[in-house]
Ligand binder design. Structure first.
Ligand SMILES: [Zn+2]
Length: 176
């Protein structure tokens, strides 16, 4: 395990949990490789059992390596309620919603946050949208993978902050 993967409890902001959407790339075939979560806005793969570290990809707002910063738009995005990302599921290539742990530097926004580091907490795959092999493939992330219909997905509750003790236990289980 590299140093970059070791989660540390943030000083100011407690561990957060948000919602976001992903697309799946790869179907387990030799040609396309194993299924992996990808961000929607950027062609960014979410690593397995390693935190995703944010990088600034905005070229018009140069700033120090700290990511995210308030005056930029960088960071890993998540929102409080699945309702804010549910619209993404109407684009057929985005089939997964889920909760993510967020930590490190965090910028608070109106609907959620932009964070320095993230890892999925729980994945909800839209029923009928993804082959079973891809759903099984997502289990390498080591978190719960649930299949549900649109209505059930839309009815998922907004997130609550995770107590630090629970969060640390989950992080240890995932990354060691
Ligand atoms: Zn930036």
């Amino acid at each position: 395990m590299s140093d970059a993967a070791i989660p540390t409890v943030p000083d100011a902001v407690g561990p957060l949990v948000g919602w976001r959407a992903w697309r799946i790339q790869g179907d387990g075939s030799p040609e396309f490789g194993p299924p992996r979560l990808y961000s929607i806005a950027f062609p960014c793969e979410w690593p397995v059992r390693r935190a995703l570290d944010a990088r600034c990809l905005q070229t018009h707002t140069p700033h120090l390596p700290e990511v995210p910063v308030k005056r930029c738009r960088c960071g890993i995005y998540a929102v409080r309620s699945p309702k804010h990302v549910f619209g993404a599921l109407y684009h057929s290539e985005y089939q997964v919603l889920g909760e993510v742990f967020l930590w490190g530097r965090t910028v608070v926004g109106r609907k959620g946050w932009r964070a320095q580091r993230a890892y999925p907490k729980r994945l909800c795959v839209l029923e009928g949208s993804v082959p079973d092999s891809a759903i099984e493939g997502l289990r390498v992330y080591g978190v719960s993978v649930e299949v549900m219909g649109r209505d059930e997905l839309a009815a998922q509750p907004a997130t609550e902050p995770e107590p630090p003790s629970v969060w640390q236990r989950v992080m240890r289980a995932l990354f060691t």
